[in-house]
Design a protein around this ligand. Structure first.
Ligand code: PMP
Length: 349
């Protein structure tokens, strides 16, 4: 079969998201938390495996509603926030606007669904190029604008004034989705408190970065009119019973996730201070659970560290000269620092 003739041309031209499992001793490539949650036997033992999960995830929504001071009708659950990006684009269509570099799934999903993408380069300090963005909004009238803040892979938050300007400029015309996947690690205020002020504002969150990546649980918070429309394209039982039950249990005991988040932020700051001391390494300040850093020979440093068991993310194709390291446990971070120093020295990078 000539598959090229068969498949949609937008899909044929795509490259699949790279989520390969690369064997390593210290895994610091996927922005996961080094701390997971255990001991759910009592919770999951009563799940009736012959029954479909609660299609509305009512218990989970109630817990999230209390935490963020919203109503359950303002929340929509996703099988990870990836799925919610899919649903948003399937519901509202494009063009889909986002800055570059950012989380790659906005562009991949828009293209897969046959929608036009508009990507606008960040400025030299990795902030939004507001003049260009406003110009393109006026000209191309995007339906959806995705802003990951803190941004993956750069780690910084975008300026709040610029984000607000975009939200205000697009009132009644576009939805602005603030992807707050990394907000729990940020010292800056998120956009949740502004939800009631702006009808076109949507907040996207995930439990993946705070120790529950295995559960694939994300959620949208927005006004009920938006949620009701997106809910029409949601697959009926998109969040399985195990994820719902475990997520509820972890979120009910807020102290433990909070303790882990603090530990990660402290380690991020220690890692940054140590990385900056290594000659030939330029780390960028981060409000997330990872640090982007520049080296002279990124491909060589990446391979050399991997050979010694430390896996980071090679971002050289996305941000020139850069690798991205996820903050691990103190022990993992020490191994990373040692291997980074060694690979810079050995390779003359
Ligand atoms: N948004 C951003 C900015 C991300 O970096 C990621 C994960 N890499 C996601 C969303 C997706 O998270 P998940 O599907 O695990 O909820």
């Amino acid at each position: 079969m000539n598959i090229k003739k068969f498949v949609k041309s937008g899909v044929y031209s795509l490259t699949a998201y790279q989520a390969k499992e690369i064997p390593c001793k210290v895994k610091l490539d996927a922005n996961e938390s080094p701390y997971g949650f255990k001991g759910f036997y009592n919770i999951v033992k009563n799940i009736e495996t012959n029954r479909y999960p609660d299609p509305e995830a009512k218990k989970l929504k109630n817990i999230i509603a209390k935490e963020f001071l919203v109503k359950p009708e303002n929340i929509l659950q996703g099988n990870g926030s990836d799925e919610l990006i899919y649903y948003l684009i399937a519901t509202f269509g494009g063009p889909v606007l986002f800055p570059e570099p950012t989380f790659s799934m906005y562009g991949i999903i828009a293209t897969a669904l046959g929608e036009k993408t508009i990507s606008i380069a960040l400025d030299e300090s990795f902030d939004l190029d507001i003049d260009q963005i406003i110009k393109r909004i006026k000209k191309e009238k995007p339906k959806l604008i995705f802003l990951s803040s803190p941004n993956n892979p750069t780690g910084n938050c975008f300026s709040s004034e610029k984000i607000l300007k975009i939200i205000e400029e697009t009132a009644q015309k576009s939805l602005v989705i603030i992807d707050e996947a990394y907000q729990p690690f940020s010292s800056k205020k998120g956009f949740m408190p502004l939800l009631s002020d702006y009808e076109n504002l949507v907040i996207m969150r995930t439990l993946s970065k705070i120790g529950m990546a295995a559960l694939r649980t994300g959620f949208l918070i927005a006004n009920a009119d938006i949620i009701n429309q997106v809910n029409k394209v949601r697959l009926p039982f998109n969040l399985n019973s195990f994820s719902q039950a475990i997520a509820c249990e972890v979120l009910k005991k807020k102290e433990l996730p909070g303790k882990y988040i603090n530990a990660i932020c402290n380690e991020r700051d220690r890692l940054f201070k140590n990385m900056i001391k290594i000659k030939g390494v330029e780390p960028y300040p981060s409000e997330a659970n990872f640090i982007l850093f520049k080296v002279e020979k990124p491909d060589i440093v990446y391979q050399s560290m991997l050979k010694n068991g430390v896996l980071v993310r090679n971002m050289n194709g996305v941000v020139k000269g850069c690798l991205r390291v996820t903050v691990g446990t103190p022990k993992e971070n020490n191994i990373f620092l040692k291997e980074l120093r060694k690979s810079i020295l050995n390779t003359g990078a």
